[in-house]
Design a protein around this ligand. Sequence first.
Ligand code: UDP
Length: 352
Amino acid sequence: MKVFAVRGKFENKFGESIMSDKPEYFIDENGLRLDGRRTDEIRPMTMEMGVLSRADGSCYLEWGNNKVIAAVYGPRELHPRRLQRPSEVLVRYRYNMAAFSVEDRIRPGPSRRSTEISKVSGEAFEPVVMTQYYPGAVIDVFAEVLQADAGTRTAAINAATLALADAGIPMKGLVAACAVGKVDGQLVLDLNKPEDNYGDADLPVAMTQDGEITLLQMDGNLTHEEFIKAMEMVKKGCDQIFELQRKTLISRFGSEDDVEALEGSIETEPEEEEAEELSEEEVPSEKEDVSDTGDNAEDVDDSGEKFKEDVADFDEQRESGSDEEDKTSDEDVKDEEDEASDEDVKGEEDEQ
Ligand code: UDP
């Protein structure tokens, strides 16, 4: 397909003036976009789970020209202790773009954009992760963008969902994410880079399998009617992604029966009172249901047992130990080190 472009200085959505090729149009006379897709079509997506041996769970995802890897560590004890949540696990999410992931090298380290994306993406998992099972612990999710071509926050969420499942984290269901936007006065699903950079609107959305919206951001303007239609389009896009995630789970964990068992074990959430009554012995069995279907069942089970023991030791120490004893414990030394290093990092950021 012949694409006309105007070479010149344009202000991109980040307010930077850049030399770029702004397409003359985004949708041709046949209703096809610059990359040949229809307006309601998502880019080809492939996902592979269990790609990192040192992470508890991982997933590599390619979506169009986006390449993203997600790694999950935990649940593990959270240091410094003051960050611990007494009745639930803390889910920490870090989104990062590699310096080489875009045409113009990105300055390494956290930025305002990555901090914002990390915050809202972590929150996108709140309704599905069954946080009551690991009080005081942390689950770390790292999403690394290796190659970016618009829609990286949504790509990262799709990969992170499967990395969490790969780690055997009890979840009520999956989360899928996709963006919708507007170019040439028409709504388009899953924006590519020119559509994202020069389009009239960009609306990334994440949702659960029940259609509960867990992330919604918007750049640009849409009318009320356009917004309603955009949400319908994005729902269809997310449904396709759920199907791809389901297939990836099948290829990771074996047969369709296994995945049904997996979904069965993660779908139902105990009533609030029931959850409180759950003894720690019952927790790993939830995890076993999930991990038994995987190739790395043994590894995950071991870590579950180990975690249970760690938590028991930790509780025992907390109950029996006085403040003075606590101060001399290794864990507190580690706490202080962690706090010191937190401050160092903050200091460095401030300097920057
Ligand atoms: N981008 C870039 N430099 C940046 C940030 C983003 O070139 O510092 C590009 C990158 O390709 C990204 C796209 O702009 O995928 C759109 O960025 P946006 O902030 O909309 O996030 P995304 O759509 O990737 O979630």
